[in-house]
Design a protein around this ligand. Sequence first.
Ligand code: MSP
Length: 513
Amino acid sequence: MAKFYCTTPIYYVNDRPHIGHAYSTFAADALVTWHRLSGESVFFLTGTDENAQKNSEAAAKRLGVTPAETSRAQVQAYVDEMSAVWQRTWDTLGIRYDRFIRTTEPAHLRGVEQFIAAVQERGDIYKGTYRGWYCVGCEAFVPEGDLVEGKCATHLRVPERIEEENYFFRLAKYRDALLAHIEQHPEFIQPESRRNEIVAYIRDHLADISISRPMRNWGIPFPGDPAQAVYVWFDALGNYLTGVGYGTDAAQFAQWWPADLHLIGKDIIKFHCALWPAMLLSAGIPLPRRVFAHGFFTIDGQKMSKSLGNVVDPVVSAQRYGLDALRFFLFREISFGGDGDFSEARLAERYAAELQHGIGNFAARTIAMVRKYTDGRVPAIGDRNLVGDVWARYADAFDRAQLHEALAIATELVRVGDQLIEQERPWELAKRGETDRLHRVLGELVELLRHLALLHAPFTPATTDRILTALGQEDWRSHAWTELQQWGRRTEGAVLRELPHLFPPLEGVPVRG
Ligand code: MSP
């Protein structure tokens, strides 16, 4: 059986999840749902990145003391609490992950130690002196030439000046091997525009990298030298291995590795497409099959930031609009892979036009007509296939991780259904007593609605379940997806149930203007 091992970035716990983080996690959930329904065996990993300096700074800030004054136990208590917030958020948002990894878990620590031992054995770690800048916002060493007026261009803060002895990883040694791998595996980095960016970076800028910092009160002790802590990215990237048993469960690791897809945002592509594969090459571990970087979105045209006060909490949005509506909006509005914008006014517009008056209306009308004209019993469904090549195009979009395309294809069926109703006007057929034709049309509408519901499963799972339950198909998950995709007689003779209001009108939400 084919397997699909998919990961999200693991998130820093120095703050609560916002809509950008939820976007990555929803995307992974949609992709994983598609693969799961396709009958593949799936492992979906997400979690929290806890050994970062920014987390210990956030703990200190919360306690109202300096980082130097906080104890390891205090930082641990803080990350315990915050990690639980993240996990609870994904649970509330219906994310069906298989494992939520925390990088402070003993199993992760063991795996990181084993990994560093393998890299050391390869002769790829040496002691040197690092002189330069460290931005805690990036959790990265910043080349002098990248500073703008002495500040990190992303975080607009003056980085820490560092001059210290630490351990280096021979990253530059892997330049040619990385370039060759990328050339031989064009699918490794997607979208393509990002691949070109990374190739140029590897070719022109790859240099050895410091992978330890002096141990303060936080981080994983460097194996054999506890006065140093492992540089956070060197430990965090390893979560993709330790999350499936590296260092603790060889059988599980053999079952899942290599990862089929690392889903990330474009901000962390260098770490995933240069440092990470080089680390794996050094340790003698096969590389992940694919890294897909999606874009970033702004909020009403502005960068999301605490100081602007425009940070969108995904749980609040889900409460206001409904979880399905939120997920639907994100993948309708933003091309997956490109940048975009999130605006509540647009969300409200799409909600009204495409959910309330689109899917909601079509489903309600279809079911109401069957209940009215055939006492709720689904008539015979003819052979005329009204979904055409929709499933083939949909599968192709998913294969390319083009989530917005897949969803756009799914929504096409609303138009097909609405047109059929307008052309045939079932109420007039009923009035004229054209029963055969009326039954044929009603059967076709029900079958269209069934396909429509299935196609929406990765995006609006609760809506899919509600529609399929009304169609008497509540056991749909126990059927083979390939079988469900056939145009056919599944619902014939079923007695339709009342459909709860799928997308009630929104009250008190902003309207553009
Ligand atoms: N801890 C690292 C990742 C380590 S993975 C081994 C990290 N964490 S993070 O909490 O800062 O999350 C970054 C990720 O959040 C981005 O890569 C992206 O997936 C998501 N996003 C954060 N802001 C976003 C937007 N404004 N828009 C879209 N995605 C956003 O980096």
